[in-house]
Design a protein around this ligand. Structure first.
Ligand code: MLT
Length: 406
């Protein structure tokens, strides 16, 4: 008889965005003519930039001829891409990351979900609340989260994000083994200062913990004082890994390319007290379970790190940031307290009441999809997240409808 992994029974309901899709599908089945505007899941709508498309085509053409054809690629990704990333995303900001420390992958969701596999099954894990659900659910599947009691898993350490701390929680008073941090934050749009990140690095160094730093939204930072990478903080290369993605940065949600930085200096200890390089473990994990991103997609991605590509992605993120600004100012005008939306594509709106109720009301009365804060954790209740990822025309239409239906 097939026995399943019982930890799956401990997961709460379905994955947040699947549940939203289910409710939206039920609504459209009843209202087939509704002109729905989706500001729920953060999915980009603008096409890939011209330089990316050009290189994407070149990569496809190269696969058509025997002398440039590529079979299995190098496990961690092609040198041309990893070298470009090391230079443009790090060296240019004064951060030393070697191309060897960069692992190309097909998504920051996959990497942030998979990374916990190299932690001990009984490692103590801290997650922010509100939280990107992948950090929690992947640990639940691995049996590391404990049981669900009164709205939380009893073995996770929750770091409360509130208006009072600006949704940037401080380190906990007790030691934990692993900490997920995401800045600019999904879902609240909060950003962390160098001093706030330094406090985390100091905590991780003193407790010998690991910081799993999700920087998928760094491209949206405009405030020059805000760090783009945890590795801008001294000593972070001994305690952190960083997840990056081209999804929101360069329009790759449907094309798929991300990368994870695993510093050579980062180590962990086994149950016999022996030290191991985390790089070796992640390399072993990836080479066993992953065959890399397709060659044409890596060619396309490399275009992002050229001068032309950097200019194009700056324009893309500015476009979505302007959407965020419009959404935030409209919501503030009608009297809602808002967070984020300044160095981030997400506007976090204090709804006051039940966030699923507000989700349903906006869906039914305005045909606008937002994300209920409760889906991100108990501290998310009383908020909704509005995504700026859509065309300007749709965003302005949605704003009009929100104004009239709030
Ligand atoms: C979100 O809306 O939170 C993101 O699009 C989800 C993701 O990137 O997986």
């Amino acid at each position: 008889m097939l026995r399943i992994n019982d930890n799956f029974n401990r997961l709460q309901a379905s994955y947040l965005f699947v549940e939203i899709d289910r409710r939206v599908d039920a609504f459209t089945a009843k209202n087939p003519d509704a002109d729905l505007i989706k500001l729920g899941i953060g999915d980009v709508t603008m096409p890939l930039p011209p330089s990316v498309i050009r290189e994407f085509h070149r990569g496809v053409d190269e696969q058509a001829s025997a002398d440039s054809f590529q079979g299995y690629g190098p496990g961690r990704g092609y040198d041309f891409l990893r070298e470009a990333i090391a230079q443009v995303d790090f060296a240019s900001r004064g951060v030393s990351v070697s191309p060897d420390e960069i692992f190309i992958s097909d998504g920051a969701k996959c990497d942030s979900g998979n990374f916990q596999e190299i932690l001990s099954p009984d490692a103590t894990v801290a997650v922010p609340d509100p939280v990107y659900p992948v950090y929690v659910d992947s640990n639940v599947m691995a049996g590391r989260a404990g049981v669900w009691k009164e709205g939380r898993y009893d073995r996770l350490v929750y770091l409360d994000g509130t208006p009072e701390n600006g949704f940037v929680p401080s380190p906990p008073s007790k030691p934990v083994d692993a900490i997920y941090l995401c800045f600019p934050n999904n879902p609240t749009g909060a950003v962390a200062t160098a001093a706030q990140l330094s406090a985390w690095v100091e905590y991780a160094r003193s407790h010998r913990s690991i910081i799993l730093f999700d920087a998928a939204y760094e491209q949206f930072i405009r405030d020059p004082s805000i760090p783009h990478s945890i590795f801008e903080i001294e000593g972070a290369d001994e305690v952190a890994v960083e997840f990056r993605s081209l999804s929101k940065t360069a329009g790759f949600t449907g094309t798929r390319l991300a990368y994870t930085v695993v510093p050579q200096k980062l180590t962990g200890t086994d149950s016999d007290g022996r030290s191991h390089a985390i790089w070796d473990l992640w390399n072993r994990r990836q080479s066993t379970k992953f065959n890399g991103v397709s060659f044409p997609v890596q060619r396309a991605a490399a275009a992002v790190f050229t001068e032309e590509g950097q200019r194009e992605i700056q324009e893309l993120s500015s476009y979505y940031l302007e959407n965020a600004r419009l959404i935030r100012s409209a919501m503030e005008e009608v009297g809602y307290r808002c967070f984020g939306g300044e160095n981030s594509p997400y506007v976090w709106v204090e709804s006051g009441g039940d966030s699923w109720e507000m989700f349903s009301r906006l869906l039914e009365k305005a045909a606008v999809v937002v994300t209920p804060g409760a889906g991100f954790g108990t501290c998310g209740e009383g908020f909704v997240r509005i995504s700026a990822f859509n065309d300007r025309e749709k965003v302005t239409a949605a704003i009009e409808r929100l104004r009239n239906n709030l």
